[in-house]
Design a protein around this ligand. Structure first.
Ligand code: THU
Length: 137
C-alpha cells in the first residue's frame, strides 16, 4: 500500500528531479522518483545527447542510479514521473520495460495526464504481457 502522503511526496520529488534535466534539444524536462521496497526514494532526470538516440530517459536514469546506490536486488514499489512543461508524461515503452525488470505488475505508476491531472495506474496496465527474464532460463 502506498499512502496518499507518499504519493504526493513522490510526485514532488519527481518534479524536483526534473530541475536537473539535461534537455537542450527537446526542452522537455522530465523527472522520476522511485519508491523502493525498503522505503528509500531514488530520483533521476532525462539526460539528452546531440546524437539523439543516446538520450537517457528520467526513469532509466533513476533505475541505473538505484542499482548503483542500493545494489542489484532493488525492487520498485512505485514510480512517479513529472515534467516541467505542464504536459502529460507517462513512461515511454522502453521505460516500461526497464521498470518491469525491477518490479511486478502491481507497481504503482504516478504521472501527469493531459491537462495536468494527477493520474495513477499500474505497470501491469501499461505493459501487459511483459517480456520477462525468466523466459531466458
Ligand atoms: N523522456 C523521459 O525522460 N521519459 C519518458 O518516459 C519519455 C521521454 C524524455 C526523453 C527525451 O529527453 C525527452 O523526454 C523527449 O522525448
Amino acid at each position: 500500500m502506498v499512502s496518499e502522503a507518499e504519493k504526493a511526496k513522490l510526485r514532488e520529488l519527481a518534479t524536483k528531479a526534473a530541475e536537473h534535466a539535461y534537455a537542450p534539444y527537446s526542452r522537455y524536462r522530465v523527472g522520476a522518483a522511485l519508491l523502493l521496497e525498503d522505503g528509500v526514494v531514488v530520483t533521476g532526470c532525462n539526460v539528452e545527447n546531440c546524437s539523439y538516440r543516446l538520450t537517457n530517459c528520467a526513469e532509466q536514469g533513476a533505475i541505473a542510479r538505484a542499482v548503483v546506490e542500493r545494489g542489484p536486488g532493488i525492487r520498485v514499489r512505485a514510480v512517479a514521473v513529472a515534467n516541467l512543461n505542464d504536459a502529460a508524461s507517462m513512461p515511454c515503452g522502453a521505460c516500461r520495460q526497464t521498470l518491469s525488470e525491477f518490479g511486478g505488475d502491481a507497481m504503482l505508476v504516478l504521472y501527469p495526464g493531459e491537462g495536468g491531472a494527477a493520474m495513477e495506474t499500474t505497470l501491469g496496465e501499461l505493459l501487459p504481457h511483459a517480456f520477462r527474464g525468466e523466459f531466458l532460463a
